[in-house]
Design a protein around this ligand. Sequence first.
Ligand SMILES: Nc1ncnc2c1ncn2[C@@H]1O[C@H](COP(=O)(O)OP(=O)(O)OP(=O)(O)O)[C@@H](O)[C@H]1O
Ligand SMILES: [Mg+2]
Length: 329
Amino acid sequence: MPLGKRVTEVTTAEFPKNGKNGNQISYKEKSVSKDTAVSTGFTLFQAEEPQYSFNDIILNKSVYDAIQDVLVLYDKRDLLFNQWGLGERQKNQNRAGINLYGYSGTGKSMAAHAIAKQLNRKILTVDYSQIESKYVGETSKNLVAMFNYAKETNAAIFFDEADALLSRRVTNMSNSTDVSVNQTRSVLLVLINEYDDLILFATNFISNYDPAFLRRILAHVKFELPDEENRYKLWRMYIPSSMPTDVNIRKLAEKYNGITGSNISNAVLNASLRAARLNESLVKHSYFEAAIESIIKSKADNDELGTITSKRTVSEEYVKSQFGGKLPK
Ligand SMILES: Nc1ncnc2c1ncn2[C@@H]1O[C@H](COP(=O)(O)OP(=O)(O)OP(=O)(O)O)[C@@H](O)[C@H]1O
Ligand SMILES: [Mg+2]
């Protein structure tokens, strides 16, 4: 998916006061099931041990360095705040917001875990889109509790898929749901502002940052697609050394570009499944090629269809208000 293709589709609909989800905004979520920290009503959150370290991630050096630049904050406190005097002006000396952004499947969520691991912290993952879509209007006290919990358990807070959170707040409020979404964000803004510790964000692409949130982020780190050398490392990492295969990894790395670590990991699995089903004694090189080609093709098809990652259904009045009182043709 090219960066910049993330769109919010606004549709008119005869969406009555109480929509499907009991409110008027529904977000079509990416249907990833994950071990989310948010449970029912946002009353349960769980900090977990990080699942990855930087040894598990193949990153361009510039990306790795940009992350390490921020983490020095927790490593060289005395130098920075005492010897170099930054403490005179910097009140919140533990505060750091890091936004990991870029293509899907490039290792952003992994990197958030690796950061927590390096700092010897647990990680508390928050899926912000769930807060907005499901728990609108009843969230403030849960959010406060969550920040307190993170502090008490010394966990790094990680807003995964935080595009909605970091994008501009609704300015043209037309219904009570818009108002409560804004209220939730304002509460979060205050909490983030007062939180004197690490907060991680992962986003795909945001065209429209809310400056209020933007100010609180110390570093934006862009996750690029892997270059040939990193593709080579990724293929090597995901093809087990014990696997019987005649694969030519150098050739794979050279031949197929524009792919992510996630694509490579999937291609290895697909190729192995094919070989197992056909009772082959080897996972043949051609199976890896076929698998990655099929993934590349489905990516291209997906791009052609246009990628809609979030869908927001609003009232006709709202759309009219956005188009000078008339519905667009
Ligand atoms: N840089 C990488 N190094 C090693 N493995 C990777 C890398 N990038 C992706 N992967 C593989 O792809 C999977 C998905 O990665 P991850 O969830 O971190 O991507 P993401 O950037 O957070 O994607 P999204 O934007 O869709 O959330 C990982 O579990 C891993 O198997
Ligand atoms: Mg992710």
